[in-house]
Design a binder for this molecule. Structure first.
Ligand code: NBP
Length: 483
């Protein structure tokens, strides 16, 4: 039933911003029996939603912000699903002027977490609750059950949580939604989620590249391999859609669609944000960074055109045993994926410490198991790892993942060596392997780095045999002094 007069305050939730994400999540709320007040800057989207889907539940059509706010039960709960950035600020300002202390504004867009921290502080001063909620799953997830990562004040979750949990994806009876932590925590975690998504996609891309150029498989053959992998440990949404994309035939040319798509990847910015934040936090998210840079390289059309045909040097032989190399690629993908997630979870821990959020990493593993783009069988293992040891230092030392990497390591090295010998770029496979080798090393060359820093900048160093900070008088008699 659709009320077009909005005369009574009866809606449990309001959604403003009715483009792809907002309209689908509004329908999701309505399908779950909630009365939903609808608002969009241009009323045409509101009317289109009601015309096409008004029979799916109880919607309240509104045109102005005042009408919209008046249609809501108290405490009022409004979900903003507009373009991130200035548009979000503009909408918040309009809403805040019409709302009252105790009301809740939820930003479900892809906001930068530092913006969320700023907005939360400012609205708190005005007595309003502000919840920055990361929402993953795209259009389909928004309609049928996304993964939701709400931050903000804990007390607002008491009234908001059941509502959000009712529309979230559910895995093993557990909703893929939980209170993440204060102010920007939800959007921070969503940002890292997207960073991991970048790494995951890049690793899949590198596997595809090896099948195509090292083994000479066509798109249909590669689709079949990914389809097969989706029945094992690698089972995930991204592997599943990879098989689908590779199977798609272009109607115009009759060729595989992937062969007629321009090979320049775009990005909206959340991967870049993840890397910038990791740089500030000092967390080596090498897989995510390589994924962001690989997209940038693919889009560097002028440089690629200029460099096309540059010398490769003498290339090695292609693998002769396709089955063996296929299994090597599978193992390399799994091990590199473990590294990407380990790095992402390290960043979550570091962000939690930096901002005093007291995050529980195991919660992310739980709510990422369904609804979101990186949902995967693998997340169950990560959840179990954090259930067993909430203070896990790194995923790569946890027994299950440690064993998985030990099983994969020879294959992983063969893949990186073969790719290098064939001139096939594998930045994420190789940097993940180097990360692993770096962490497991007895001695790193960082000792030399420290010596150099002390030489040119008197930056001091620690010694292996006694505590303290030391400096060598490099331009004097080269004796050592306590720093
Ligand atoms: P868009 O990001 O394309 O934004 C379009 C919406 O923003 C429309 O409702 C538009 O109103 C409204 N809007 C704009 Br633009 N400027 C406005 C302003 N100054 N004041 C009021 N409204 C304004 O929509 P989307 O793709 O549905 O995404 C919504 C949010 O969800 C974004 O933050 C996005 O990053 C995030 N997100 C998207 C996905 C996805 O898969 N697309 C996934 C996860 C999160 P109009 O109709 O009047 O122009």
């Amino acid at each position: 039933m659709t009320d077009t007069t909005a005369s009574t305050a009866r809606a449990q939730i309001g959604v403003t911003g009715l483009a792809v994400m907002g309209s689908n999540i509004a329908r999701n709320f309505a399908r779950h029996g909630h009365t939903v007040a609808l608002h969009n800057r241009s009323v045409a989207k509101t009317d289109a939603l009601i015309a096409e889907h008004g029979d799916e539940g109880d919607f309240v059509r509104t045109e102005t912000v005042d009408e919209f706010v008046a249609a809501l039960q108290r405490p009022r709960r409004v979900l903003i699903m507009v373009k991130a950035g200035d548009a979000t600020d503009a909408v918040i300002e309009e809403l805040a002027a019409a709302m009252e202390p105790g009301d809740i504004i939820i930003d479900g867009g892809n906001a930068l977490y530092t913006d969320t921290i700023r907005r939360e502080a400012s609205l708190r001063e005005r007595g309003l609750h502000f919840v920055g909620a990361g929402i993953s799953g795209g259009e389909e997830g928004a309609l049928n059950g996304p993964s939701i990562m709400p931050g903000g004040p804990k007390e607002s979750y008491e009234s908001l949580g059941p509502l959000l949990e009712s529309v979230a994806a559910v895995v093993d009876g557990t909703p893929c939604c939980t209170h993440i932590g204060p102010d920007g925590a939800g959007h921070f975690v969503k940002m890292v989620h997207n960073g991991i998504e970048y790494a995951d996609m890049q690793l899949i891309g590198e596997a595809y590249h090896l099948f195509r150029d090292a083994l000479g498989f066509d798109a249909a053959q590669i689709a079949a391999v990914f389809g097969e992998w989706n029945t094992g440990d690698l089972e995930s949404y991204l592997i599943e859609i990879t098989a689908e994309v590779l199977s798609q035939v272009d109607a115009k040319t009759g060729q595989p669609l992937v062969d007629v798509i321009v090979d320049a990847a775009e990005q909206k910015g959340t991967g870049r944000w993840t890397v910038k934040s990791a740089l500030d936090l000092g967390v080596p998210v090498t897989g995510i960074a390589e994924a962001v840079f690989a997209r940038a390289l693919s889009g560097s059309r002028a440089q690629r055109e200029a460099a096309k045909g540059l010398a490769s040097g003498v290339l090695g032989d292609k693998p002769t045993d396709a089955d063996r190399f296929t299994e090597d690629i599978r193992q390399a993908l799994y091990a590199s994926k473990i590294v990407a997630y380990a790095q992402g979870f390290d960043q979550i821990r570091a962000g939690s410490v930096e901002y005093g959020w007291d995050l529980t990493p195991g919660d992310m593993a739980t709510i990422w198991r369904g609804g979101c783009i990186i949902r995967a069988r693998f997340l169950n293992r990560i959840k179990e790892a954090y259930d067993t040891n909430p203070d896990l230092t790194s995923l790569i030392v946890e027994p299950y993942f440690k064993d998985a990497i030990e099983t994969a390591i020879d294959s992983w090295r063969r893949v990186v060596v073969t790719a290098t010998q064939l001139g096939i770029p594998v930045p994420a496979f190789s940097s993940s392997l180097s990360y692993y080798d770096g962490l497991r090393a007895e001695r790193l060359p960082a000792a030399l780095t420290q010596g150099q820093r002390d030489f040119f900048g008197a930056h001091t160093y620690e010694r292996t045999d006694r505590p303290g900070k030391f400096h060598t008088l490099w331009s004097g008699d080269r004796s050592e002094v306590d720093a």
